[in-house]
Design a protein around this ligand. Structure first.
Ligand SMILES: NC(=O)c1ccc[n+]([C@@H]2O[C@H](COP(=O)([O-])OP(=O)(O)OC[C@H]3O[C@@H](n4cnc5c(N)ncnc54)[C@H](O)[C@@H]3O)[C@@H](O)[C@H]2O)c1
Length: 418
């Protein structure tokens, strides 16, 4: 598997737009069933805010890549949630699926590609199914909430490579020129060896969705998914992952260990929510460098960014480098990363060089997970141990939508690791 950002530079060298017709002649066997209609059929799994946004971005990305994208199928655990996309894209009733197995309906509906925009806990099994069935995938970040989920992702990602399927993840910074050009300058040695980074996702509180009348416990948790660890992985995983992904990208590796702390400020957190509202984790990298991560849901001054200190200068990987004694240089973004990631995905298929970002996004997800495991336990967590030996598996396999939900439990550090 290749890491995005390193491979994308190759795509930039190739010509920009081609006609839909020439697109079709360049499609690999994985688009064979789209031939004759000159349309890429895309299904959306998870029709909330991001599923809706990603569907539009995919259509826009297709235009940039010279391909016609049609959203032909939708799935959501809740029937009513598919309506917006169904109406917007005039999707047939028979291609609108609901329930926990709805994703299978979309994957099996004759689509070429799926967009997975469900809560993080569900993504690994949905991704695995899509790859098994030979579909290209755009998968939102994070891709798992526990080591068991990351292992499923990695295995399915290898299968994607074998099957020449394209996988792009919703780590859009890797498709934004301000990040791409700044990180390239860092990797080219503009500020020397990177010794330290600080990365932040410090924002205010998040939404709380009261259960709707008639909802079961499981439905209520899925609807309010950000507040349950088995569904969202806590804030470090769900949101802060973006900045940890940049850290791994800049450092050229995942960390070897994590040592963290955190907790909750009871005044801020709604009753019934089990996630924390602040974490601080120090990660150690193979070169001995350290990355300090800060995540929180607090009022006050927000900060969503990354900062790097090199042996010969400093940088914000999102847009500038300042070499010691030299000129500060800024880099700008050409267009929305949300659209560009789809353009890159579709173009990579067109060129017969499918991008596969599974490894990078799985490693970033695992980076967040070991950070959270350290915070929750009070223990230092080693990457190798967590990848190979941790038994943490948070997502129930035979969930009954009308049944009882996993127990709500606020993590209290006890010096134990699972
Ligand atoms: N890349 C980014 O910047 C970015 C931005 C926003 C959201 N996201 C990611 O997108 C994902 C979704 O976030 P959102 O803001 O759209 O949330 P949301 O709550 O608006 O939407 C989630 C949708 O998924 C549905 N769903 C839940 N479980 C399902 C299942 N098992 N099968 C099918 N559908 C299911 C829900 O009913 C809901 O409609 C999250 O992982 C989030 O991190 C990424």
């Amino acid at each position: 598997m290749e890491k995005a950002g390193f491979t994308r530079r190759n795509f930039l060298k190739t010509s920009a737009a081609v006609s839909a017709a020439s697109f079709m002649t360049n499609l690999g066997t994985n688009f064979a069933h789209a031939a004759g209609s000159d349309v890429i059929k895309v299904g959306v799994i998870g029709c909330g805010g991001r599923g809706n946004g990603a569907a539009d971005d995919c259509v826009g990305g297709g235009e940039i890549a010279g391909a016609k994208v049609q959203i032909t199928a939708v799935a959501d655990v809740f029937k009513g949630h598919t309506d917006r996309l169904k109406n917007k894209f005039k999707i047939a009733d028979g291609n609108c699926f609901s329930g926990l197995d709805a994703y299978k309906g979309v994957v099996d509906s004759g689509v070429d590609m799926v967009i997975i925009a469900t809560p993080p806990g569900f993504k690994a099994l949905q991704f695995e199914y899509a790859i098994e069935k030979g579909k290209h995938v755009f998968v939102e970040k994070p891709v798992a909430v526990c080591p068991a989920g990351v292992r499923i992702m990695l295995k399915a990602g290898e299968m994607a490579t074998e099957k020449k399927l394209a996988v792009v993840a919703g780590t859009q910074r890797r498709h934004e020129t301000n990040y791409i050009d700044t990180v390239k300058a860092i990797h080219d040695g503009a500020i020397g060896d990177i010794l330290h980074m600080s990365v932040y996702w410090c924002g205010g509180g998040i939404w709380w969705r009261n259960p709707e009348p008639g909802m079961s416990e499981v439905e209520a948790q899925i609807n309010n998914w950000y507040h349950y660890i088995w569904l969202c992985g806590d804030q470090i995983c769900e949101q802060h992952l973006h900045n940890l992904d940049v850290a791994n990208w800049v450092m050229g590796s995942h960390p070897v260990s994590a040592y963290g702390q955190g907790g909750r400020n009871a005044k801020m957190r709604p009753q019934g929510s089990e996630i924390w509202d602040n974490t601080a984790v120090e990660y150690e990298y193979p070169n001995g460098g350290r990355v300090l991560s800060f995540g929180r849901h607090w009022p006050g001054e927000g900060n969503v960014s990354e900062f790097a200190i090199g042996s010969n200068g400093t940088s914000n990987p999102g847009g500038w480098i300042a070499p010691k004694g030299g000129q500060r240089k800024s880099f700008r973004n050409a267009r929305s990363g949300y659209v560009q990631e789809h353009a890159d995905l579709i173009k990579s298929i067109r060129d017969g060089k499918p991008l596969n970002e599974t490894l990078a996004v799985s490693e970033s997800t695992m980076t967040a997970i070991i950070g959270r495991m350290s915070c929750y336990s009070g223990m230092k967590v080693k990457w190798d141990w967590a990848m190979k030996q941790s038994k943490l598996d948070l997502v129930p396999r035979n969930l009954d939508l009308k049944g009882p939900a996993p127990k709500v439990e606020i993590p209290i550090p006890d010096g134990k690791l699972v």
